[in-house]
Design a protein around this ligand. Structure first.
Ligand code: HEC
Ligand code: HEC
Length: 152
């Protein structure tokens, strides 16, 4: 009984904390209550113009500028590597995955792609023209340097 009461209290604390932080969180649900079934909004069209996008900072995973629909990425097949692996870049003319993709977490460079870099879509994503859910005040490093004169 006491344990039950304790967990109920912990639950209540979580609820209160949740309510406090809720103001900051972006709204993730639609206008309808979640119990009501409504049709999903149409998928956004992806940008597939083959133009490589500038990175916002040097070690950002670059965005995918081409279509990836139907590309297999599972235990048995990795379509991405069929173009981006070192040995296929001559015929595909795709940029090679950089050396970090061949390194394990101890920094050893392996002969093949490192398992931790196998699931490309965990880091690389296509873009859509969707409206941002929350405002973004990110300022590019270069713009920041221009704004702030040197020697300060
Ligand atoms: C048929 C060959 C091919 C396949 C398959 C392929 N790519 Fe590409 N990828 C390219 C080429 C070529 C480019 C250069 C830009 C362009 O032409 O779209 C590129 C560009 C990229 C870039 C941008 C690199 C940069 O420096 O801006 C990323 C990231 C990328 N691909 C990720 C992927 C991922 C992830 C997959 C699998 C889901 C994939 N690619 C599958 C050929 C391919
Ligand atoms: C854990 C995150 C992560 C995963 C998984 C990952 N990448 Fe990357 N990728 C990065 C980052 C970060 C960069 C930029 C810095 C660097 O090169 O490490 C990058 C860079 C690249 C580049 C540009 C290379 C260059 O020299 O300009 C290509 C192409 C690329 N990745 C393709 C892939 C493909 C294909 C896969 C799947 C086999 C993959 N990546 C998996 C994080 C990742």
């Amino acid at each position: 009984m006491r344990r039950l009461l304790l967990s109920a209290c912990a639950g209540a604390t979580c609820l209160v904390a949740g309510a406090l932080f809720a103001q900051e969180a972006p709204r993730l649900t639609g206008p309808e209550p979640f119990t009501k079934e409504t049709p999903a909004p149409p998928m956004q069209r992806q940008v597939t113009d083959d133009v490589r996008r500038k990175r916002n900072y040097p070690d950002q995973p670059p965005l995918i500028p081409h279509a990836i629909e139907g590309y297999a990425l599972d235990l048995n097949a990795n379509k991405c590597l069929a173009c981006h692996a070192r040995k296929f870049t001559e015929q595909s003319q795709a940029p090679m995955i950089s050396v970090t993709h061949y390194q394990d977490r101890e920094g050893n460079t392996l002969g093949g792609v490192s398992p931790r870099r196998y699931s490309c879509l965990a880091c690389h994503v296509p873009q859509t023209a969707a409206k941002p859910l929350v405002p973004n005040t990110f300022v590019d490093m270069d713009a920041l340097v221009e704004r702030e004169p040197r020697g300060r």
